[in-house]
Design a binder for this molecule. Sequence first.
Ligand code: R2B
Ligand code: URA
Length: 302
Amino acid sequence: HFQSTANTTKMAGQTNGLEKRNKYLENSKEDFLYHFGFGVATLDLPKVFGDTKFVCTGGSPGRFKLYAEWFAKECNIPCSENLSKSDRFVIYKTGPVCWINHGMGTPSLSIMLIEALKLMHHAKAENVTFIRLGTSGGVGVEPGTVVVTTEAMNAELSDKHIQVIAGKRIERPTQLDENLRLELCELAALKNIPVVTGKTMCADDFYEGQMRLDGYFCDYKEEDKFAFLEKLYNLGVRNIEMESTCFASFTHRAGHRSAIVCVTLLNRMNGDQVKIEKEKYVEYEERPFRLVTALIRKQLAI
Ligand code: R2B
Ligand code: URA
């Protein structure tokens, strides 16, 4: 059973994780990271990204620019300009921390993550930890709570990431780094950040897939919604978002430590509409940042 925390000295992309890297990658001298708009032949990747120790990711480009700027200010280090040459994703770098947004849903996340994994490989970055800082809907938890994920559960309620490859369903584990999770929970308590730890359900859409009653379509009843949320709660789920299974699976397959830290914007037991005041929203979105920043600063002593 592979425990990524025990192997903190491995190279990013080295294969003492679960799975060997794509063999065809070795011959690709010009690998172009299409959705970042640069590649091996167009940018000195080891020079720009070789010192990366953390890749922090989450949905929104604006929030990730903000996080990078906050981090630079807090650590008194410079923040790069947007290093992405494509308008799909933004990439900021603040010393050893890379901030990249991933858009919404696993298809978008999977594109970003594969290119980020290749980027770390080509850059020869060592010991890179991946953290998703996201938003989510709470299941029986107060809005503003930060959920640190134990495992990700898919829309069919199994703790697997399902990929369809060549017409076949492939299931892979969604485990995350246990030590990293516990350290994040301890730091949250220290920093007075409301935190719980539990499973995260990864839905394939925002409305029906999360049993909302406010979508355009709704062929179930209100009591079905509450029965579903209750079922999730009893299975140990504390929040719902749209990327966790893929994020956990890909980082684990590549042998990188990883964690998922999402703030809840609402308690789904009390409603479906996300409508919080700007001030509250800023306060909430700051919480995953404060927690992850505390972890990074502690681990890197910066
Ligand atoms: C959380 O928020 C987004 C939907 O509003 C989605 O990316 C997610 O996982
Ligand atoms: N993101 C989700 O996927 N669901 C929510 O309820 C809130 C944010």
